[in-house]
Design a protein. Structure first.
Length: 527
C-alpha cells in the first residue's frame, strides 16, 4: 500500500470497505442459515415405500400429500373443490367432462404440468384404486385437447366423478410426471419428483431414521385460504424432517425437549404426562377403525366358517380399553362402516359369544394350522393386537404372535406365499375413517380377489352391489344397498371390525396454522 497525505495508506479505505462487505455477507449467510425454519415430526411410522399408488400405507399417503398435488380436494366439510384444476364443464347428458388446469403448475424439476401428465397419472391410479377402477371402467376416452385441457368421456352417467378425482385417502390420485407414471402399476416408483408444495430430499433419506423435505420453489398455491385438503398449500417452513423414533418414551422425551415439534399417534397412556407440559397440546390426528384382516388365499382363513367364528369371538369392550382407560377416545361400532357414516347400519350384527365361536371353529374343521398374526408394535393399535391374539389362542387357535414394526408389515403383507414361506395369516390394523366410510371407497369390503386389497377376499355379489351403489343417486336407496352389502359381508367375512378409536398427536403450542383433518398435512404451518 502507498502512503497518501490525505488518506493515509492508499487503498486502505477500499480494503476496509471490502472487509466490511465480506463481513456483512458472512453475517447474512449465517443469519440465513440460522433463519431456516425446520418442522420436525415423529411420523406415524417409517417410510419404506415412496409410491402412493402401490400401497395403502398411511405414511406413504402422507408423504404423497407433501410432494404431490391433486386435481380436486376435499374441504373441511367434505365438499369436493378444484385444486390443480382451474375450471371444468359437464355436458347436459353428463357424459363429457372437460377440465382446464391452473396456470403456473410445475413439477419439482421445473417442467410444466400438462394434460399428458394428468392422463398418465390417472390411468396408473385407475389400475390399482377401487374408485379409480370404477371410473376407468366407465370411460370411453380420456384425452388431451391441449397442454392445459383434457376431456373425459363416459359411456354412462356417473355421479361420482368428482368424488373419485378428489378422493382424500388411499389410494389418492396424485399427479406425477408422465415419464414416472409410465411405470407399470405393479412396480413401485422410486423417483419422488412431484407437483406439490414440498420436494423430497432423496439424498438425505435414511430409511429407519430420517426423511427430509424442502420447500418447492416451483409450487404456486391457490389463492383461496386453506380449507381441509383444499385451498392454498403454503409452505411456511423451509424444511420438514421426519424423525423415525420407534420407542414411544424416547419420542416423548424428544418432544418435551423441543427436539421435535409434532408427535403423531402418541399412545393414549402418555397423554396424562403430556398434559402436564404447558408447551404441548393434544389434538385428534384422525379417527380409525380397529380391524383384523385375514389372508383368504391361504389356510386357515380361506375357510369361511372359521372367519365367521371370529365375528363372535371378539368383544370390543374387552379389547378397546387396552388403548386407554378414557372411554371418550374409543367406541364399539357394530358395523363395517364408521359410526358417523351416513351408511352406518348394525343390521344383524352378531353379539359376542365365545361359546358359539368355539363351536364354529370346531365345525370349520380347523386342524391346528399355524396362524401368523402380525402385530404392528410401533403404532397405537399394538396393545389391542395383543388382546386379539390372546383371545384367538384362548379359543383354541394356534397363533404365532409376531411383533414387527409397521413398515415391515406393509412390505410383508403383499406376499401371497404360505406362512411356511414367509407369508402371513392376519394382521391387526387401524385404517382411517375415510377408508372405511362407504361401499364405494371401503378398503375392507372390496372383494375383487387378487386385484383387491391385501387379504384378497373374492365375492362377486359384494362387487356387484358396490357397482350398483356407485350408480344410485338417491341417498335412501344407497343406504339400502349399503345394508345389503353388510348382510352379505356378515356371511363372507372379508375382515373383522373390532371398533373405533381416536388417534392423537401432540404438538408444540408455538406452532401456528396447523390444519386439523383426518389426513395429517403440514403445509400452512409457521414456527
Amino acid at each position: 500500500m502507498r502512503w497518501n497525505a490525505k488518506t493515509g495508506f492508499a487503498g486502505f479505505a477500499g480494503h476496509a470497505k471490502s472487509l466490511a462487505i465480506a463481513a456483512a455477507l458472512a453475517m447474512t449467510l449465517t443469519t440465513t442459515a440460522q433463519a431456516e425454519t425446520v418442522l420436525k415430526i415423529r411420523p406415524q411410522s417409517d417410510l419404506r415405500v415412496l409410491d402412493p399408488i402401490t400401497t395403502s400405507a398411511h405414511e406413504t399417503r402422507n408423504h404423497g400429500y407433501l410432494i404431490y398435488d391433486t386435481l380436486f380436494a376435499s374441504d373441511s366439510k367434505g365438499a369436493i373443490q378444484p385444486q390443480m384444476v382451474d375450471s371444468y364443464t359437464v355436458s347436459e347428458d353428463g357424459l363429457t367432462w372437460k377440465f382446464t388446469l391452473r396456470d403456473g403448475l410445475k413439477f419439482h424439476d421445473d417442467t410444466p404440468v400438462t394434460s399428458e401428465d394428468v392422463i398418465a397419472s390417472l390411468k396408473r391410479w385407475g389400475e390399482r384404486d377401487n374408485f379409480g377402477q370404477q371410473l376407468m371402467s366407465r370411460a370411453v376416452s380420456l384425452t388431451a385437447d391441449d397442454a392445459k385441457t383434457f376431456t373425459l368421456v363416459l359411456k354412462e352417467g356417473w355421479a361420482l366423478v368428482l368424488e373419485a378425482l378428489g378422493k382424500p385417502s388411499t389410494l389418492v390420485p396424485f399427479i406425477m410426471p408422465a415419464r414416472i407414471a409410465a411405470t407399470p402399476s405393479t412396480e413401485a416408483i422410486s423417483d419422488p419428483i412431484g407437483s406439490g408444495p414440498f420436494m423430497m430430499v432423496r439424498e438425505e433419506w435414511v430409511p429407519g431414521a430420517k426423511v427430509v423435505y424442502k420447500k418447492a420453489p416451483t409450487y404456486v398455491p391457490r389463492k383461496e385460504a386453506p380449507d381441509g385438503l383444499s385451498g392454498a398449500k403454503i409452505a411456511n417452513v423451509d424444511r420438514i424432517e421426519w424423525h423415525i423414533i420407534a420407542d414411544h418414551q424416547a419420542a416423548l422425551n424428544a418432544l418435551q425437549a423441543g427436539e421435535i415439534d409434532i408427535y403423531e399417534e402418541i399412545p393414549a397412556e402418555l397423554i396424562p404426562v403430556v398434559k402436564e407440559n404447558q408447551n404441548v397440546a393434544i389434538e385428534r390426528l384422525n379417527r380409525a377403525q380397529v380391524m383384523l384382516r385375514m389372508n383368504q388365499l391361504q389356510p386357515p382363513f380361506d375357510n369361511q366358517k372359521l372367519r365367521q367364528a371370529l365375528l363372535y369371538l371378539f368383544d370390543p369392550m374387552q379389547i378397546l380399553p387396552a388403548y386407554t382407560d378414557d372411554d371418550s377416545f374409543y367406541r364399539a361400532c357394530p358395523s363395517f362402516y364408521m359410526c358417523d357414516s351416513p351408511f352406518f347400519t348394525d343390521v344383524e350384527w352378531p353379539k359376542p359369544d365365545s361359546e358359539k365361536a368355539k363351536q364354529l371353529i370346531k365345525e370349520s374343521s380347523y386342524n391346528g394350522e399355524t396362524i401368523a398374526l402380525m402385530d404392528p408394535i410401533d403404532v397405537a393399535v399394538s396393545p389391542l393386537a395383543k388382546i386379539v391374539s390372546q383371545m384367538m389362542s384362548d379359543a383354541g387357535l394356534n397363533v404365532d404372535h409376531q411383533g414387527q414394526d409397521w413398515a415391515s408389515i406393509v412390505q410383508r403383507r403383499s406376499s401371497k406365499k404360505p406362512v411356511s414361506e414367509g407369508g402371513w395369516s392376519a394382521w391387526v390394523g387401524n385404517p382411517g375413517a375415510f377408508d372405511m366410510w362407504d361401499p364405494a371407497t371401503h378398503l375392507g369390503l372390496r372383494s375383487n380377489g387378487e386385484a383387491g386389497w391385501f387379504g384378497w377376499p373374492k365375492d362377486d355379489e359384494i362387487e356387484n352391489l358396490r357397482a350398483e351403489f356407485t350408480k344410485e343417486l338417491d341417498l335412501e336407496k344407497r343406504k339400502e344397498i349399503a345394508r345389503q352389502i353388510q348382510l352379505r359381508a356378515l356371511e363372507t367375512v372379508p375382515y373383522i371390525p373390532i371398533g373405533e378409536f381416536d388417534l392423537l398427536r401432540a404438538i408444540n403450542k408455538e406452532l401456528q396454522g396447523v390444519i386439523v383433518y383426518d389426513v395429517p398435512v403440514y403445509w400452512n404451518i409457521s414456527k
